[in-house]
Ligand binder design. Sequence first.
Ligand SMILES: [Zn+2]
Length: 408
Amino acid sequence: MEDVLNKVFQKIESLKDEMVEMQKKMIALPAISPVSGGKGELRKARYLEPILREIFDEVTFYNAPHPEAEEGIRPNIVAKMRGKNSSKTIWFMAHLDVVPEGDRKLWNTDPFTGVVKDGKIYGRGAEDNQQAIASSIAAAKALKELGIRPSYDVGLLLVADEETGNNYGINYLLSKYNGVSNGDLVIVPDSGDPNGEKIEVAEKSILWLKVTTKGVQSHGAFPNQGKNAHKAAAYLITAIDGLYNKFTERDEIFDYPRHSFEPTKKEANVPNVNTIPGEDVTYFDCRLLPSLKRENFLEEFKRCASEIEKRFGVQITIETVQSVASSKTEPDAPVVKAVQRAVKRVLGRDAHPYGTGGGTVAAVFRNKGIPAAVYSKMDEVPHTPNEYCVIDNMVSDAKVWAHIMLEG
Ligand SMILES: [Zn+2]
């Protein structure tokens, strides 16, 4: 087996330039969700399609209809390669979509032109999540070119809409495709650390809330004639902040070992300074440790809102924008062990299971009883200006995937 591994690793090294090229092509095809002002993932999926067809035995598109996306489609791709034994499938799942570039002034290079410098590729999506796309394709390609069948079936799930709720992505795909089962291994290379020593096995539950406060608009000089929705919402934000003193639990498996409930996005209200706003829309990003039920937290949130309603005479509506329950993959599950063995062989390091607050799609699998491990060797610069991928990390990830493909 050592001989085979060495050959495969050498092959992967030789595919380095190809991976970089693939990254550049993908960076130039910004797959931004329509919700964030883009057209979706279709062009990127079409670019990848012939590459996948060359390597995999079956490539199937599951297109979620979405009128605002290019051609009304949000593409999801399942690519499968038959292994020596088809009793289970080793899945690698990556997302096609990227977030917008943000403030362009903060970028040193064009966010949608891949620029190679000092062993890194700069560009939006380079690390999140194209490192995963390029490295998993390269691992499969190395096996294909060497004529080596993986131990078990190998599958790639390339999905849309990970950054804005998964409804046109993995949730849609799993509603149409039932080929992922409990005995499979699911690896999600969407988070990691620079040393490649961490395997994420648990996530916090996510609850995104849209809070609309309705008051009465009036002239800025006559607050007595209106009900300031903005001010009431500000008091609600403060009240919710007070919940940090109520929900004080800690779970040290998580990087940030507490629940969090943070006000984030704020919709614009009145355009002028001298009008008291009659409506306010504020969003909250709540991340709960697995032990706190979303319903129980929401009840407390509603209690705070109704106190604000009484105090300011406003009406508050709370809508759930996203709600994802999380559950744990056991730290000694076969998928975790497989990643640990591969990391030991490729990097000579021990990788440890941990929990995170960032929602990756692994939760979607875990909640269906399918064990999933999140692993990658990365600097963790997603969504930042000057996002980059360390080329050596992409190569080392590809070797880790190949090891798992070969040894299960
Ligand atoms: Zn990601």
